[in-house]
Ligand binder design. Sequence first.
Ligand SMILES: [Zn+2]
Length: 299
Amino acid sequence: MTLRPSMLTRHGNDPSVSAELNWARSETDFPPGLSLTWLGTAGFRLELEDTVVYIDPYLTRVPWRPVMSQRPALPSAKTVASHVTRADAVLVGHTHFDHALDVPLISALTGCQVYGSKSLQTLMGLHGLADHATRVEPHRIYEIGPFQVTFVPSLHSKLLLGLKVPSDGEITCESLEALTASAYCCGDVMGILVRAAGTAIYHQGSANLVEGEVPRGGVDIFLAGIAGRAFSRRYVPRILRLLEPRVVVPHHHDNFFRPLDAPMGFSFNVNLGGFVEEVVHVSDDFEIRTLELLQTVSA
Ligand SMILES: [Zn+2]
């Protein structure tokens, strides 16, 4: 589907932008056997040949009030178990709560290995699961069934009026009782390149990059976390010109304080319509495809 000029007259978080660009309305090819599901925030589920890989899954979606009250922020067994029946691996780009909170429970429920930073290993240790964590080496290829996974050094966007990365640094919390939302510190930030079924998928959980590390071309699908991009100078043109993706899938624009089974709301500070305009301004050759919460795309 080609972008029509009418789409460029819309601004902000008009739900019709998301509906009009929905992947289900396009004829974009998808590799046979592979499926991709958006879980909200930066979370995705990939499945191929009975192997299931999660990226940054955040299903519990702790409401705003407990997050702000600095109570412990922990996974909901009921919510996670209702969505996850199998996992062969979880890949984590950074350890803020909206990317990593559910990872230990998914590993506990399924026995799967999780891949990420030193902070992820610390988080898993708090749940008694340190041996299920693999601290990754950048650029090394990890084979997980039919998936080949590489972690790419990256950066987190600066929020708080562009001044700093929230909860920066490593997780240093020493008990689950003290594990508030803000104790989920960022740790190392990584882009994640997944190759499977002849397709290259690049996941960026936060809108920033290290120029010399980003793959140059050859990416089919860019899973683009768009929160905070206003504070990363010329983020959209810089990363698109490096990746040259065929398809761009924006994410992290949903209000993740609402439950996953409620109608999607937009995050107050993320402008999906504006993102569409920014992409088209770089080139109208990129196909932009949106997904609804829990929507799966497959061949
Ligand atoms: Zn973050």
